[in-house]
Write a protein that binds this ligand. Sequence first.
Ligand code: HEM
Length: 486
Amino acid sequence: MAGSTFWLVVLLGMFGSLLGFILNHFLPLMLLRLNGSPPPKGSFGWPILGQTLAFLKPHPSNSLGAFLQHHCSRYGKVFKSHLFLSPTIVSCDQELNYFILQNEGKLFECSYPKPIHGILGKSSMLVAVADTHKRLRNVAVSLVTITKSKPEFLSDIEATTISILHSWKDKSQVIFCEEARKFTFNVIVKQVLGLTPDEPQTTRILEDFLTFMRGLISLPLYIPGTPYARAVKARRRISSTVKAIIEERRRQAAETSTNSSRSKRSDFLEILMDVDTLSEDEKVSFILDSLLGGYETTSLLINMAVYFLAQSPSALQQLKVEHQNIRRGKQKDEYLNWEDYKKMEFTQNVINEALRCGNVVKFVHRKALKDVKFRDYLIPSGWKVLPVFSAAHLDPSLHASALEFHPWRWEKIQSQDQTCKRFTPFGGGSRCCPGSELGKLEVAIFLHHLVQNFRWRTEDDDQPIAFPYVEFQRGLPLHLEHCPIN
Ligand code: HEM
């Protein structure tokens, strides 16, 4: 009896797995046949895993990668596949990418893989949708506007740059990825929490934050000791640290409430504490989103600029002249102001080109909320949809000599309208990056001091690799030569 029960359980188990396999793998295809409209061409690959591994296979981030290259040449710029455990439409087409981004919440919705929700938490703006997203985003946008209007905003970024570059004074080589991370972390932690690098809380948050980041790109196994489980714990610790800072500020505010001369801090947290449309957990999530959004992406962008400039002496020379001219109009140690920033026109071209060639964010995750007809094919409801930004950035029909780092191409571009479809390094539509200006400003100020004080050389075998999260395999070692301002 026990034996037959055992076999019954085994059979049911096998039947369940088979059913799961069919539902996951063939049902999307069968439904499509019933529906009548054809989805784009393509193939689903292996059961369950589909083509995920091939899609994620590392490749230089200034190239399309073998998977996209092969699929686009075989099926066209829009094709179907099976990725991240879901039937998927991959779009390497600027028009469809734009259409997807502009229809957020109507036809498509942000849809990051479930394990990412586990780490970021349900109140994170990066994963929130509909009204919750709108509410969080309104706060983000007004926070960025208020922060930018503060006089210490520029000077904090510049002081952080000077301190990093000062620490290089006796060095002939630095691992630039580490330096750029140090810079952007110190900037963002100051902007967001008002902390300086030497405060113990900064070190604690940095350690937890690194664990948190490693978890985001790890296998999502919640088993004690795995990077994923450690990341979930690290998030809880950061959350407690931020809550403790909030409590401390409230206590200080209560103590000094009678003292009208109390000087208000100018960080995100101070403003956030007075916002009554967000819960305590949402405020903590908000802080985490800002740290997460503003740290790795911006540091990668600086890496890209430094990497591509090392290969383009003429661009570097023109950049240097632009910054020397700005410096010439100022006192020796005078800080930069908004007028100076407006004069950095070639710098903006360099930054745009570094974004286009480096592809800090290769694609974003969306899903179709209903059946969507685009041109003559169907994007079925519930399918994952991946707009691949790097494909439009490197498309030779959209950018002449697309694989070449050529900042001058941006000189001819007169209006945003001409570029908003073929250049989307910050996404678009209602989820467009709220920190884009802050990120670009950080890079410009860093370059201002870097190009005037140093010459650098990279190593031939180190290049940006899309994993798809971009990384320099060797950390981008720079060989430095000091060149004091003349
Ligand atoms: C310069 C480097 C940066 C790049 C390349 C970048 C890129 C992006 C992209 C592509 C998105 C859209 C994601 C999506 O549609 O799913 C995004 C969203 C976001 N970014 Fe950035 N970002 C950068 C800097 C920053 C900075 C400095 C901050 C914070 C101060 C920030 C905070 C955010 C947040 C909170 C979101 C979510 C917005 C939403 O869902 O509405 N980013 N970023």
